[in-house]
Design a protein around this ligand. Structure first.
Ligand code: HEC
Length: 137
């Protein structure tokens, strides 16, 4: 009896070992291969330092230090300008085409042709960071 019991335990272990050790066809190396290709974030890196400098040079005179607003323009750190209300496209359009007075009473914002799209991308990164810090989104 004992021998039979030992034999069956060994047999069960052996069968289990074969079952787990033999590679199954679904675990082929192809299935686990990493997807290769260029990184998703192509183009120049957005950095807060660059965005801040460009904002100070081009936007601060109206939108204020830390985008808190002045007597010439509204704060961009404001719930009006969070991403669901004014997506990034609103920033590109504001710079390219200007903005007609509609939310405030500061007058229109004129287009700023010297500020290029890549610069606006940097500025957006800076402003979104300020908005996040102010817990606007
Ligand atoms: C000469 C002043 C002035 C400067 C410089 C200026 N803005 Fe403005 N901007 C305004 C005013 C005024 C408004 C508000 C218009 C309104 O809604 O009544 C505004 C509105 C905006 C808006 C909201 C657009 C919308 O769709 O309602 C964005 C975004 C914006 N500015 C981004 C910028 C950025 C980025 C810069 C710098 C590259 C900049 N502004 C420079 C005056 C200025």
């Amino acid at each position: 009896m004992n021998r039979i019991a030992v034999f069956s335990v060994v047999a069960v272990i052996a069968v289990a070992a074969i079952f787990f050790l033999v590679p199954s066809p679904t675990k082929s190396p192809q299935g686990t291969a990493a997807v290769s290709g260029p990184p998703a974030t192509a183009g120049p890196a957005v950095t807060l330092a660059k965005g801040r400098t460009l904002f100070l040079q081009n936007c601060m005179q109206c939108h204020g230090r830390g985008a808190k607003g002045t007597d010439k323009g509204p704060p961009l750190v404001h719930r009006y300008y969070e991403p669901n209300h004014h997506g990034d496209i609103a920033f590109y359009l504001a710079v390219e085409r200007g903005v007609r007075q509609h939310h405030w009473r500061f007058g229109d914002m004129k287009p700023l042709p010297r500020v290029k799209r890549g610069d606006v991308a940097q500025i957006i990164g800076y402003v979104r960071n300020l908005q996040r810090k102010a817990k606007i989104f």
